[in-house]
Design a protein around this ligand. Structure first.
Ligand code: GRF
Length: 208
């Protein structure tokens, strides 16, 4: 059975969506840099191995990522999912697990990489907003795009309502994307993702 590792920093609702999707893969570990991450206790309740590696115990990003990488490598995962992992990874760990790390980001990349995406979408006045799953490369939030889901911004949306509506889309596309990758329906070459035509589904992409 293929194996997934999930990295979180907080609430862990995307991690829960993966668990609840009951995918035919083993979630062999949930890692967090934050000892107080809510998602950790949920993973424990679900009987999943958890590991907290607190970034405050390391002098710099490189040494932290070295320790994290060592620990992840013992599990030999097929895929590492950053599901609300709020740390920028250094090239060392990204190259160590080359093409095996994906991230979920709450905007339609290339718009609004970085933080506060919902506020920025509203301030900019875009009419469409959403989320993206992409492979992780050393460029923050800019790796090859695998899946995106979009919604129409309503005139009464606030950063809070938008965040909630986008999160619901995140919970749909993340488990799907994991399946695409682990079933070989998605391949990466020369920095571009190719998707098998059979996974196209118009209704999945745009939601009001
Ligand atoms: C999500 O919006 C994700 O896109 C972003 O951080 C948030 C994490 O939420 N990277 P959760 O911890 O999965 O609930």
């Amino acid at each position: 059975m293929k194996k997934i590792v999930i990295l979180i920093s907080g609430r862990g609702s995307n991690m829960r969506a993966i668990i609840e999707a009951k995918l035919p893969y083993k979630i062999c570990g949930v890692f967090s840099n934050n000892p107080d991450a809510e998602g950790i206790s949920h993973a424990k309740h679900a009987g999943i191995e958890t590991c907290v590696i607190d970034h405050r115990d390391y002098p710099d990003r490189v040494s932290y990522d070295e320790a994290l990488g060592e620990s992840i490598e013992t599990l030999n995962p097929d895929l590492i999912v950053l599901a609300g992992f709020m740390r920028i990874l250094t090239p060392g760990i990204i190259n160590r697990f080359s093409n095996r790390i994906i991230n979920i980001h709450p905007s339609i990349i290339p718009a609004f990489t970085g933080l506060n995406t919902h506020n920025r979408a509203l301030a900019t006045g875009v009419r469409v907003h959403g989320c993206t799953v992409h492979f992780v490369t050393p460029d923050l939030d800019e790796g090859p795009i695998i899946a995106q889901a979009a919604l129409q911004i309503k005139s009464d949306d606030t950063p809070q309502t938008l965040s909630k509506r986008v999160l619901a889309l995140e919970h749909k596309i993340l488990p799907k994307t994991i399946t695409w990758i682990l079933e070989g329906l998605c391949s990466l070459s020369d920095g571009q993702v190719s998707l098998d035509p059979k996974i196209f589904d118009d209704s999945f992409y745009i939601q009001r």
